[in-house]
Design a protein around this ligand. Structure first.
Ligand code: SF4
Ligand code: SF4
Length: 383
């Protein structure tokens, strides 16, 4: 007869898991809907089960933590969970436990060190943070502004994404908005730190940023990336941030409604919009980017098979941008949906989505990828 496996439960560990996850897994009754609908399993066939992770958390077990690093924090499981379990919060709490136990993938360590030393997770030099704005003559937000334009790490350092930052600044400037930037004093918003499970440094970073933002006197913060936007809108107010927080698509929608945005014509094309998880599912911002695309003369907007609340994740959230993984990716699967619909153009509004889709599109000969912002203003001469 085979001996039954005995699981030793540890009360102290249980309390620690409960505290780190804020008891988020408690209402789970193990129906398995999350696991069955998680794109890591349903789209990529990876052996990953959110249900099992939650069960371990309910039992206060801290073993077998490797899988907590696989989740892309897309929240598509949460919108389907019949008990409204905060699955991502539970998984991030378990990452904190893994972090304390030293079970952290090396790429997470690298991004943390880079953020500590250079203020960004991409190993860019701190002194080069404002390179994206060369020649634009922007106001230093420290001199006092109505609007603080927060560019974020990806659009500051990635040469491909710098056009998104430049176009945002050009549009605000043309409309006469009193805005400024923090230049080399701008630091990571902390989204990439949050997903490593390291909490002490994250708190210090947020406190520093809240102080720095407050010193500008800005009543509105416009973020280029949905990841920064989500941090500022949902986490920073707990640390005293009072300014209104908008994603650039929301700010531009206001300008459009007020007749302050003159959108240039483009070559006739059908286009689909991909909803970034942190803008759509996380914050319900579905219409502003669509309205902006519909305002472009020449574009015909179509919906993908899975869109808005049901949009398939690009795989970049939850630390996915730094994960070293082979095989098929979620961004590949998303582009297959675009190809299925025979669409030549895919627009989105998140630096991570752009990076992932462009990478997939190169390999799969997929559609052209653009950021919504790149369609809002004529390209700069010589760039
Ligand atoms: S869908 Fe919700 S209740 Fe069902 S297993 Fe997942 S977390 Fe638990
Ligand atoms: S957040 Fe996304 S990747 Fe993570 S368990 Fe839920 S569905 Fe899967």
């Amino acid at each position: 007869m085979m001996a039954e496996a005995v699981v030793q439960l540890d009360d102290e560990l249980w309390e620690k898991v409960y505290e780190l996850t804020a008891g988020a897994m408690n209402p789970c009754f193990q129906c398995g809907t999350c696991s069955a609908t998680c794109p890591l399993l349903s789209q990529l066939g990876r052996p990953f089960s959110a249900r099992k992770i939650l069960r371990r958390a309910q039992l206060g077990r801290g073993d077998g933590m490797a899988d907590v690093w696989m989740c892309s924090a897309c929240r598509s499981c949460e919108i389907r969970c019949p008990r409204e379990v905060r699955i991502v919060e539970a998984i991030m709490g378990l990452r904190s436990l893994a972090f304390k136990g030293g079970e952290v993938p090396p790429e997470m360590h690298r991004l943390l060190w880079s953020t500590l030393e250079e203020g960004n997770p991409w190993s860019g030099s701190r002194s080069e943070r404002e390179k994206w704005s060369e020649g634009l003559k922007l106001k230093d937000a420290a001199d006092g502004v109505d609007v603080l334009l927060y560019v974020g790490c990806a659009a500051s350092y990635d040469p491909r994404l710098q056009s998104v930052a430049r176009n945002t600044a050009r549009i605000l400037g043309k409309a006469g908005v009193d805005f400024g930037v923090l230049g080399i004093r701008e630091k990571c918003c902390g989204d990439s730190v949050r997903v490593t499970g390291e909490r002490g440094y994250l708190e210090r970073l947020i406190e520093d940023n809240v102080k720095g933002f407050g010193e500008t006197g800005a009543s509105t913060i416009v973020a280029v990336s949905p990841h920064c936007f989500d941090m500022f809108r949902n986490l920073y107010p707990r640390y005293g941030l009072e300014a209104e927080v908008l994603h650039y698509t929301e700010y531009l929608e206001r300008m459009l409604d007020a007749g302050e945005l003159k959108v240039p014509k483009v070559k006739k094309s059908r286009v689909a919009y991909h909803d970034p998880c942190y803008l759509g599912r996380y914050n319900g911002v579905f219409e502003p980017p669509r309205k902006l695309l519909e305002s472009v003369p020449g574009l015909e907007l179509e919906e993908l098979r899975e869109s808005k609340l049901n949009a398939l994740c690009c795989g970049g959230g939850g630390g996915g941008m730094w994960r070293e993984e082979g095989g098929e990716r979620l961004s590949d699967r998303r582009l297959e949906q675009v190809k299925e619909a025979d669409l030549p153009l895919l627009a989105t509004s998140c630096p991570y989505c752009i990076q992932n889709f462009e990478d997939s599109s190169r390999r799969l000969q997929g559609p052209r990828i653009v950021d919504v912002m790149e369609l809002m203003v004529r390209p700069e001469r010589g760039r």
